[in-house]
Design a protein around this ligand. Structure first.
Ligand SMILES: [Fe+2]
Length: 307
């Protein structure tokens, strides 16, 4: 399909033009426009044909409390990231940019983020000395301006406890404000969300509280609490800034670490933390049963990533 036509169609949908105006501008029949939108949806474009019009959506459609992202491929490539803590003086935008460039080269269309998108602002007085931006608006603008943007890649994200500090102090969801200004960032909710990409059900979960004596303990307890019929095929968790993989029953669990350097607070508390992301290549049958999953943990240590 002509790229120019697709870009023009996306532009007209974003401008909230009616279906008849779109048809006139593009010199297409209505069923042709609806057909193209159906194809674009398979690539993650958030729009739908509702009540006779093409409507731009902020989030994927929900069915049974699960966000539905259609894709016609039985091979799903994903990148899992977490705890970017943007606006901290210790954030690692260099790694984040590197990941998005690599994702683009690998043909990845979906990146999942399991919370602590921003560093937020805590009640701890000395936290202000660790922040690049102190205000809500400042943190929103920083993320809107600096979060990597790559054509064709959509980031699906939840809020973590750091993002939620803004909700507690101002009643506003900072990730919602960021996503409002970025078509490629989709805010799925606070703390957890279920999303189905193609036939694969994925749960994003942030977590809270301290680290238990064994790092997998809380995750195992969490899995024990999910009814069998609600079990996702992939569980991605954040919060503890460390990575590991485990499989329980039919659920592949990816604990995802952070993308920030150790902060003075983390050092003072003796917290560990590593910088990494997961690259997944998933093969499933047409019912969504995963029969092969290739996983790669890319670890960044403390090195700067040269671009
Ligand atoms: Fe975090």
């Amino acid at each position: 399909m002509e790229k120019e036509l697709i870009n023009k169609l996306k532009y007209l949908i974003n401008k909230k033009k009616s279906l008849s105006q779109i048809c006139e501008e593009l010199e297409l029949k209505d069923y042709e426009v609806i057909g193209i939108v159906e194809l674009l949806k398979q690539d993650g474009f958030l729009a739908d044909y509702i009540d006779g019009e093409i409507v731009k959506l902020k989030r994927p459609v929900k069915d049974n409390d699960i966000y539905q992202v259609p894709t016609n491929s039985e091979n799903l490539k994903l990148c899992l990231i977490s705890d970017t803590h943007l606006c901290s003086k210790y954030d690692r935008l260099d790694i984040l940019n590197y990941i998005y460039e690599k994702a683009d080269k690998r043909g990845i269309k979906h990146i999942l983020h399991s919370g602590d998108f921003t560093d937020g602002k805590s009640k701890r007085p000395e936290h202000v000395y660790e922040l690049k931006e102190l205000s809500y608006d400042g943190q929103v603008d920083y993320c809107v301006d600096k979060y990597p943007k790559v054509e064709g890649i959509t980031t699906y994200a939840i809020q973590g406890n750091h993002d939620n500090w803004w909700y507690k102090s101002t009643g506003s969801e900072i990730l919602k404000s960021i996503a409002k200004q970025r078509d490629d960032i989709v805010y799925l909710g606070s703390d957890y969300a279920d999303i189905k990409i193609g036939k694969i059900k994925i749960r994003l979960f942030h977590g809270n509280g301290g680290i238990s004596y064994a790092k997998s303990y809380k995750l195992q307890k969490y899995l024990d609490g999910i009814p069998i019929e609600d079990m996702p095929q992939i569980l991605q968790t954040g919060h503890i800034h460390q990575s590991f993989y485990m499989k329980q029953d039919n659920t592949h669990c990816f604990q995802t670490s952070c993308l920030e350097d150790l902060t003075p607070y983390a050092r003072s508390q003796g917290f560990a933390g590593d910088r990494s992301c997961w690259w997944l290549d998933i093969e499933s049958d047409n019912k969504g049963n995963i029969y092969n999953i290739e996983m790669e943990l890319e670890s960044f240590g403390n090195k700067r990533v040269r671009r």
